[in-house]
Design a protein around this ligand. Structure first.
Ligand code: DHK
Length: 149
């Protein structure tokens, strides 16, 4: 069984009411419940965590090293600013799929840059909450591929 961490960063606790035209109407609890349920159908154990604090996100990435096989990460605005989060992912050497609800490349220019992309195995953006399920799928496919080697 694969253990996967679904990690969400700043302001994503406000999903459902936060700019629904951009981020959709689903709450984070709904998204997390969907991820856990979907993981169950794929034989994966999904743990979910959200924090508005960069250090807490870094701690969660470090903790994932013992027990988790990969991370699905929406780092929110830290995506565009945090070298520290990028370094944390590189340090633990866990495969990470970067997810965004919105298509960051079709938005303001400052959102086009992602430090997470430099260390992620790939990025999924623009598919709303479905992106998290796509992220879990991509991570499981990656882990399967690594097992086959
Ligand atoms: C979420 C955020 O909070 C923004 O800061 C990012 C991302 C985009 C999303 O689309 O999920 O720029």
């Amino acid at each position: 069984m694969s253990n996967i961490l679904v990690l969400n960063g700043p302001n994503l606790n406000l999903l459902g009411t936060r700019q629904p035209d951009v981020y959709g109407r689903e709450t984070l609890s709904m998204i997390e419940a969907d991820c856990i349920k979907y993981g169950g159908t794929r034989g994966a154990l999904i743990s979910c965590l959200q924090s508005n604090h960069e250090g807490a996100l870094i701690d969660a990435i470090h903790a994932a090293k013992s027990g988790q096989q990969g991370i699905v990460l929406n780092a929110g605005a830290y995506t565009h600013t945090s070298i520290a989060l990028m370094d944390a992912i590189a340090s633990v050497e866990l495969p990470c799929v970067e997810v965004h609800l919105s298509n960051i490349h079709a938005r303001e220019e400052f959102r086009h840059v992602s430090y997470i992309s430099k260390v992620a195995i790939g990025q999924i953006c623009g598919f709303g909450s479905r992106g998290y399920i796509m992220g879990i799928d991509a991570l499981l496919a990656h882990l399967d591929m690594c097992d086959d080697k």
